[in-house]
Design a protein around this ligand. Structure first.
Ligand code: SF4
Length: 103
């Protein structure tokens, strides 16, 4: 077996495991709407589903991707949020901690 072939055969399983672990952690880290902290802050994956009577601060157009606490790019569907450490929130979501992103 050539050194190159041995190198590729060694590298492939490690790469596959790294990719699988990344996908798994990204899925596992999504904030659930029934998470106690999410419930307390009225978080919804879809801002149009926010109970505006219960959260009168909500205004149409406020979504995670235009919130100061959203830590992803506007193009990312799921990204970290400093209000929910270790979890990913949806770019089109909302919670009562929403703060307008600085221009
Ligand atoms: Fe979305 Fe902002 Fe609430 Fe985080 S703090 S969940 S980014 S609205």
């Amino acid at each position: 077996m050539t050194t190159r072939r041995r190198f590729v055969l060694t590298l492939l399983p490690a790469t596959a495991l790294a990719v699988a672990a990344r996908v798994t952690s990204a899925q596992a880290a999504r904030l659930a709407e029934n998470d106690p902290q999410a419930i307390a802050l009225g978080y919804k994956h879809d801002a149009t589903k926010v109970d505006a009577k219960k959260f009168p601060r909500f205004a149409a157009g406020q979504i995670c991707s235009n919130c100061q606490l959203y830590q992803g790019k506007p193009s990312e569907e799921w990204a970290p949020c400093s209000a929910f450490a270790g979890k990913l929130v949806n770019a089109k979501g909302w919670c009562s901690a929403w703060v307008k992103k600085a221009a």
